[in-house]
Design a protein around this ligand. Structure first.
Ligand SMILES: Nc1nc2c(ncn2[C@@H]2O[C@H](COP(=O)(O)OP(=O)(O)OP(=O)(O)O)[C@@H](O)[C@H]2O)c(=O)[nH]1
Ligand SMILES: [Mg+2]
Length: 348
């Protein structure tokens, strides 16, 4: 941290100095981020982000994500790298809702000034969980952590959205849980840069690895793009800039025993290799551009909707709902009418 402070010393905004020198300031600011009250601080620190390797860890409940995060964090610390952890799921050990054993394991990390653990306070936070998680990650990035690990329970679109904040995404499976099928359903194989078969000490590991390999061969990654939420007009602006990721990076399958730290060096090596690939191929820059486009669009959508609803007359809205319910008006026409009445003129 001090090295980075020295390099940019003269131009560091106060907020960056604060979060790099005081964990209490960092914690306090993160709470404000979660409450949607830190727009100016986020703006000030944004130029000082972009240094950390952001690693997402997702997978079905109980597959060993927290144990893996713990094992990886300890390994990075031994290498002298600092680690930020963001746990998004409320049942995660980091939130205290966990088994005692998990909390004891976390203790050796939480006393270490080179590790900062943050659990996301609530679902449905202002501006959406994915957006808030992204802002929390940015703040940890600006705070100077070398690696940021984001743990989420992989189940649906929101996890996919959160994974967009990550540069390298690990999808964690465990033998004998039927997770392979789960993964297809949720589409999370599509977001996997590295597949981890944890609990390799349990029976059925070979089957799990074989099933995953078969699925990878079937080309479940074909859909990996980030056009979600990008209108065609703007999509065209960056079309063709995304390299063909599927041919260039084949997601490795790494077997681990998180509780015994086995396979962790191999996993860390694959994570590092993916980082090198991202940088050298230009995929990192291309993905980031795509992510930024999506984020701006989403924030714009939110802002426009908020502005319109702010102006709209609740009585008129209620009347429209009634007409749609009575089948005298269709929903699209109702939305158009609201748009025509309240969305037309820009604010002075
Ligand atoms: N046998 C074995 N047990 C493991 C391994 N990794 C984790 N566990 C155990 O599996 C249980 C769940 O581990 P967690 O790390 O909490 O899993 P998680 O995916 O974070 O769980 P959620 O956050 O609740 O979804 C704990 O009891 C761990 O001790 C492993 O490699 N082998
Ligand atoms: Mg967990």
């Amino acid at each position: 941290l001090s090295a980075r402070n020295a390099i940019a010393g003269a131009v560091l905004p106060p907020v960056v100095i604060a979060i790099r020198s005081s964990r209490r300031d960092l914690a306090r600011l993160l709470t404000r981020v979660e409450n949607g009250q830190a727009a100016s601080e986020l703006a000030a620190l944004y130029p000082h982000t972009g240094q950390a390797h952001i690693v997402g860890v997702t997978g079905a409940p109980g597959t060993g994500k927290s144990s893996l995060v713990n094992a990886l964090a300890r390994r990075y610390r031994r290498e002298g790298r600092t680690v930020g952890v963001v746990a998004v799921d409320p049942t995660s050990p980091f939130t205290g809702g966990a088994l005692l054993g998990d909390r004891i394991r976390m203790r050796d990390l939480s006393g270490d000034p080179g590790v900062f653990i943050r659990s996301m306070a609530t679902r449905g936070s202002l501006g959406g969980l994915a957006t808030t998680t992204g802002d929390v990650v940015r703040m940890l990035d600006a705070a100077g952590f070398d690696v940021i690990l984001i743990e989420t329970v992989g189940a649906g679109q929101s996890e996919v959205d959160i994974a967009r904040a990550a540069q390298t995404t690990l999808v964690v499976e465990a033998p004998g849980m039927g997770d392979e099928v789960q993964a297809i359903k949720a589409g999370i194989l599509e977001i996997a840069d590295i597949l981890v078969v944890n609990k390799a000490d349990r029976p059925g590991v070979e089957n799990a690895v074989r099933a995953l390999r078969a699925m990878l061969d079937l080309g479940h990654r074909a859909e990996r793009t980030l056009h979600h939420g990008r209108p065609a007009k703007f999509l065209a602006a960056s079309a063709g800039t995304l390299p063909d990721e599927n041919s260039a990076w084949q997601p490795p399958i790494v077997q681990t025993i998180a509780t015994g730290s086995e396979g962790i060096p191999e996993l860390a090596a694959q994570i590092a290799a993916h980082r090198v690939y991202l940088l050298e191929s230009g995929v990192l820059a291309a993905r980031e551009q795509a992510q930024i486009e999506v984020e701006i669009m989403e924030r714009l959508r939110e802002a426009l909707l908020a502005r319109l609803l702010d102006r709209a007359d609740p009585a008129i809205f209620a009347a429209l709902v009634e007409r749609v319910t009575a089948r005298t008006l269709d929903p699209a026409s109702a939305a158009r009418e609201l748009m025509a009445r309240f969305g037309g003129t820009p604010e002075p």
